[in-house]
Design a protein around this ligand. Structure first.
Ligand SMILES: Cc1ncc(C[n+]2csc(CCOP(=O)(O)OP(=O)(O)O)c2C)c(N)n1
Ligand SMILES: [Mg+2]
Length: 348
């Protein structure tokens, strides 16, 4: 298990204080975003939201280890990673309000979020293989959860990556839950990282509530990836909240196995108190991080609110180059329904 907090002083790590403070600021941005998003959903501002509270260290640490040109393949859960990579918060909000993702048309190397579990894994491997064919030297970071490791797409993607030396870092964020299903029942494997061995490359575990440990491990994994071998990192963290705003975890949380304190500890509190012990952060810096984050989120909400509602017909767009008959039928049905109920107009 790779770890920094509790085992090393900041001076014994490869990080300087300013880098550690930047990681902290991104964790605050992510935490405040998540809190506000849940409140917005609760008042009907968006239909649903999957909180990532508790997973900020894991995601921000990993994002900080990536080079600017590296591609990220995210999911609905990895908003902190996207925020730390520079995806505008307003884009994430407009997406959750029914728009196509990336409303601002940024050109960051970030794929659209995958909502079907594990489908992004073969996509990420394909992007890595394409980079090899084209002689490009960026790496691909594929984010997924513990539950995704039980999907066929995970095994197919890992297999291809191993056979074709795809420059992919498989970043598995083990938050102990796949909706209500605990990790203990997900697989009989001792670890998730151990699955990499079967595909011919290595995997390792990191304390996912320690952002510098994650950054250090991901950076070293990415250097292996760039030299031609895929790597899997299992980041051990904990989903503090519900699966989504439609879920009630009090119905099943009692079924969680006993987890060590570091696993369920709050990563933001833990990192902040360690930075204070290290003399690397002041009260003013903490306050400024929160104020700046709040200001950024206020602006993002305003920007998202200024975007007109999506057209209902948008759901048929960007799926196929040519609409297949089945979807054309569905579209006709929706048009009829809309006309009968005087609900909306579909543009053709
Ligand atoms: C292919 C597919 N099957 C089932 C679902 C329903 N589903 C949504 S989230 C989820 C659990 C995923 O757990 P995990 O991979 O650990 O990710 P987390 O939600 O913890 O981030 C499932 C089964 C889905 N979205 N896609
Ligand atoms: Mg999970």
């Amino acid at each position: 298990m790779h770890r920094v907090i509790g085992e090393r002083d900041l001076s014994e790590t490869p990080f300087i204080a300013e880098e550690a403070r930047q990681v902290y600021r991104d964790m605050v941005r992510a935490r405040r975003f998540d809190d506000r998003a849940v409140s917005l959903q609760r008042r009907g501002w968006m239909s649903g939201y999957p909180p990532f509270r508790g997973q900020e260290a894991s995601q921000v640490g990993a994002a900080h280890a990536m080079a600017d040109e590296d591609w990220l393949f995210p999911t609905y859960r990895s908003n902190a990673m996207q925020i730390a990579r520079g995806v505008p918060m307003a884009d994430i909000l407009t997406f959750r309000r029914g728009h196509a993702e990336f409303h601002s048309d940024h050109d960051l190397p970030v794929f659209p979020q995958a909502v079907p579990i594990a489908t992004q894994i073969p996509h990420a491997v394909g992007a890595g293989m394409a980079a090899n064919y084209r002689g490009e030297d960026h790496a691909v970071v594929c984010y997924f959860g513990d539950g995704a490791t039980s999907e066929g797409d995970f095994h197919e993607g890992m297999n291809f990556a191993g056979v074709f030396d795809a420059p992919v870092l498989f970043f598995c964020e083990n938050n102990n839950w796949a909706i209500s299903h605990p990790r203990a029942k997900q697989t009989a494997s001792a670890t998730l990282a151990g699955k990499a061995e079967a595909y011919g490359f290595s995997g390792g575990q990191v304390d996912g509530n320690d952002p510098l440990a994650v950054a250090e491990m991901v950076e070293s994994a990415l250097s292996d990836v760039r030299s031609g071998t895929p790597v899997m990192v299992e980041s051990l963290t904990y989903r503090q909240g519900a699966h989504t705003t439609s879920d009630d975890p009090s119905r099943y949380r009692h079924r969680a196995e006993d987890l060590p304190d570091w696993r369920t500890a709050d990563p933001l509190d833990r990192f902040e108190s360690w930075l204070r012990d290290q003399g690397a952060i002041t009260d003013e810096a903490v306050e400024a991080a929160h104020d700046d984050a709040e200001e950024e989120i206020d602006a993002a909400i305003e920007a998202a609110e200024s975007v007109p509602d999506p057209e209902p017909g948008d759901v048929f767009g960007d799926v196929y180059a040519e609409t297949p008959p089945r979807l054309a039928d569905q579209r006709r049905w929706l048009e009829g329904f809309a006309a009968d109920h005087d609900l909306m107009e579909l543009d053709h």
